[in-house]
Design a protein around this ligand. Structure first.
Ligand code: ADP
Ligand code: MG
Length: 380
């Protein structure tokens, strides 16, 4: 086991890295974050920060000279770097899972190879003129053309209704590798976060119910209001994915529940997830503390739930007229305010969130939305 006093590395410096760094420091570890952005939120709470590109060999050697083990908070880490690091230090999760999860096509092929249902799709490897894509595939419309790599928060996705729109969208994407995914008639979206490794086993947080607006997570409620059978199925699927990769770390599985009662896997993340932020305040152990525990070789802690919780994201739009009046959030005894320390509040950028703890998901969500609406009313 890697003991406190050692330095742990985090690849990426966003808010997820910031929370992981805070968790690690709480347990007595030192932290070195690495991110190209000089203003990264995680750097401000780290002992060391390396600023620069992930492909720099000299920065890689500097990172290796500082850290005893490393994890990531962002899946688009170059596989060359992951491979290199994994030969010298403990890296959780390992390069193989990250390589699959950073590419939508590989991820869907991997899921389907395990017999796990996904939305129907067709992949385009990049560069084709799509003239061969014809009426046989009309059942994928209406659909969404998604870039295979580098998409997040609904970016890199274009809705398409027919082959003509598909061709135009593909050109607009720059003919990069993509997939056309059938639009699912969604009943609900839920996500599951598990953590652990093969040796120590996996711990699960409760299933969360998510609402997205414009492809960006808006609210998450725990526990999801679904049939307990859905929770069992989600856990089985999560475990199948983790076991098949001998997964080490925190794994997030996003699910679609369709109107026919089917459970489909939407996508996977090899890291803590925005929908798991409620765990910071309501589970006795957060998704970030689990990430650090697994990294150092400890078993995942057993979550102890304080009750239901609801989270609402605070996006940069709220800062349009200057700093919002957060007294509204601080005045609510059941609310917990989180801000990530980002200076530049661009529209759509995740700046913070509020978690409300309560006796039911419904009541917690109502209070979270009340605060959210009041914050917006005061800032417009
Ligand atoms: P991202 O990497 O941006 O999270 P997702 O593929 O998860 O990409 O898409 C973001 C959101 O867009 C989803 O959570 C869902 O609300 C909506 N969405 C994406 N794909 C589909 C689909 N095939 N059918 C219905 N809604 C979808
Ligand atoms: Mg998603």
């Amino acid at each position: 086991m890697i003991l406190p006093g050692k330095t742990l590395g985090i690849l990426g410096g966003g808010q997820l890295g910031r929370y992981a760094a805070i968790s690690a420091r709480t347990m007595g570890y030192r932290i070195c974050t690495w991110d190209p952005d000089p203003e990264s939120p995680a750097a401000k709470v780290s002992d060391y920060h390396i600023q620069g590109e992930f492909l720099s060999a000299s920065l890689r050697e500097e990172f290796l000279s500082i850290v005893s083990a490393a994890t990531l908070e962002f899946e688009n880490i170059p596989s060359e770097l992951m491979d290199h690091l994994s030969r010298s230090i403990r890296l959780s999760p390992g390069p193989r899972a990250v390589m699959v999860f950073q590419d939508r096509v590989l991820e869907k092929e991997f899921l389907n190879s395990l017999g796990i249902p996904t939305a129907p799709y067709q992949s385009f490897r990049g560069g084709e003129d799509l003239s061969s894509f014809e009426s046989g595939k009309r059942d994928l419309f209406p659909g969404i053309l998604k870039r295979s790599r580098w998409g997040y928060d609904g970016k890199g996705q274009i809705p398409v209704r027919n082959p003509e729109e598909l061709r135009a969208a593909y050109l607009l994407m720059g003919s990069v590798p993509c997939l056309l995914e059938k639009r699912v008639s969604l009943e609900k979206e839920v996500s599951l976060i598990l953590s652990g490794d093969r040796k120590n086993g996996y711990a699960f947080f409760p299933l969360v119910e998510n609402i997205h607006i414009n492809g960006i997570l808006h609210t998450s409620v725990s526990p999801a209001s679904v049939d307990p059978k859905i929770f069992d199925m989600a856990r089985e699927l999560g475990l199948l994915i983790a076991n098949s990769l001998s997964y080490e770390g925190v794994l997030t599985v996003e699910f679609f529940l369709d109107s026919q009662g089917n459970i489909l896997v939407n996508e996977l993340a090899p890291r803590p997830h925005n929908s798991g932020h409620f765990t910071i305040d309501s589970c006795g152990v957060s998704q970030f503390a689990q990430q650090i525990r697994v990294l150092v070789g400890a078993p995942p802690a057993i979550p102890v739930l304080s009750g239901a919780a609801a989270m609402v994201n605070l996006l940069g739009d709220l800062w349009e007229k200057g700093d919002p009046d957060f007294s509204v959030a601080l005045s609510s005894p059941s609310a917990r305010l989180h801000l990530y320390g980002k200076k530049d509040a661009r529209a759509g950028r995740k700046m913070g969130h509020i978690t409300v703890l309560g006796e039911s998901g419904e009541k917690s969500l109502a209070e979270a939305l009340r605060i959210y609406q009041k914050l917006h009313a005061k800032s417009s």
